[in-house]
Design a protein around this ligand. Sequence first.
Ligand code: BG6
Length: 483
Amino acid sequence: MVSRVIPVEDFDLVIFGATGDLAHRKIFPGLFRRFVAGQFPETARIIGAARTAQDDAAFRNEVDRAIREFLPGFGEEARLAEFLALISYVSIDARGINGWDELKGKIRPGVVHAFYFSVAPALFGDIAERLAGHGMADESSRIVVEKPFGRDLASAKALNATLARYFDEKQIYRIDHYLGKETVQNLMAVRFANILFEPLWNAQYVDHVQITVAETVGVGGRGEYYDHSGAIRDMIQNHMMQLLCLIAMEPPYHFDPDAVRDEKLKVIRALEPLKSSEIVRGQYLAGPDGPGYLDDVENTASRTESFVALKLSIANWRWTGTPFYLRTGKRLRARTSEIVITFKEPPHSIFDETEAPKANQLVIKLQPNEGMHLTVMIKEPGPGGMRLVQVPLDMSFADALGQDGTDMPDAYERLIMDVIRGNQTLFMRGDEVEAAWAWTDPIISEWEAGQARPEPYDAGSSGPDEALRLLHRDNRRWREIRS
Ligand code: BG6
């Protein structure tokens, strides 16, 4: 199945931090794919802005190299020259005066203006102020801000207040790239476009939910950022919180940005405070693929976690009694992101004790191999007695929809097009981000005030043993980490 492309209107997109890693890896390759798909008009303009002094030609060469490197085998290189022709460059001083008049001169009236802040959060306020000061914060403007959005509630509030001085909430697009992933949106489709699951989607029928985001990479190369952040700030407060919200939220009255975000916010506000006895933190040791965490961040005294597993409860009518277990970590045994909904066992078995039915599980796989499987009990084939066996009902999206992975739009592609369309559904609202920090802040402060060190775990393992015990204590077990 070829995905439908609905063109967006004409735009000027300014990328601050255009020479940075994110721009190279994700933003420009994503824009190129959307260009090849014919999603935006050839009149659109993309303006790179960064501190480096260089001309348009040098910057286009840089983008050309980045696309070849980060879209290997895409096979559309012949169209690169056309794409590069849409791009220009301005050398700009985010905290000074240089470059701003030149940038203003490139912005065309009458088209959408999007400003992508792919820079350190410390610069968000300076850039917003200068855009406003140069008359670029008009009604057609929108700004896109990257995570981390603050490092605690106070800093997130301050950042929200700064941006609010120049832009209305409707113009602020806070990116959480997990919301742009195909299967994450499918979560909403599965829940709200089918009658099948919703009646069972509550504490009466769901025993527990597991959300795992496991990575094989370490933090090498990003050690400085990561060591000031840790898994709870880097993954739980944002990406995993968003997944949790989409699983746990009530049906919104409409698929409308504020209706969806209102429901997500209610979930975050209903979270019970985290208990330190229900959180496990870990740090990876050295392994065949690289040094241990402490060497990676060049800080032998570091108490920052590269792994976290926790149990949380949602205090509302739908979910009281159903625990949610979240775990994420670096240098684990496989790269996989999945959500597992384990239903309760049937209340009474009519079969012999040895044949007792096992609980149904719905596994929603975000990556790799996007898809869903539902395990169901059936009769084992053959002429013997009534023996039961658990089998998966598999739906790989690639098989079902005839798309190979390379055809699936990357999260960034979709999100940037949503910015141009003016659709904020897949972006975090300011109050959501603040509520998530309000929930993680107390436990982070407790860790920071204490001396406890995270549990060491072997690289290539499933994390510290303590994380396994977190579920064993409840007579449950994690689904094995495998890709
Ligand atoms: C980023 C985190 O937001 O998400 C990284 O800062 C993490 O530490 C990454 O590796 C994971 O994203 P994905 O899309 O590869 O699962």
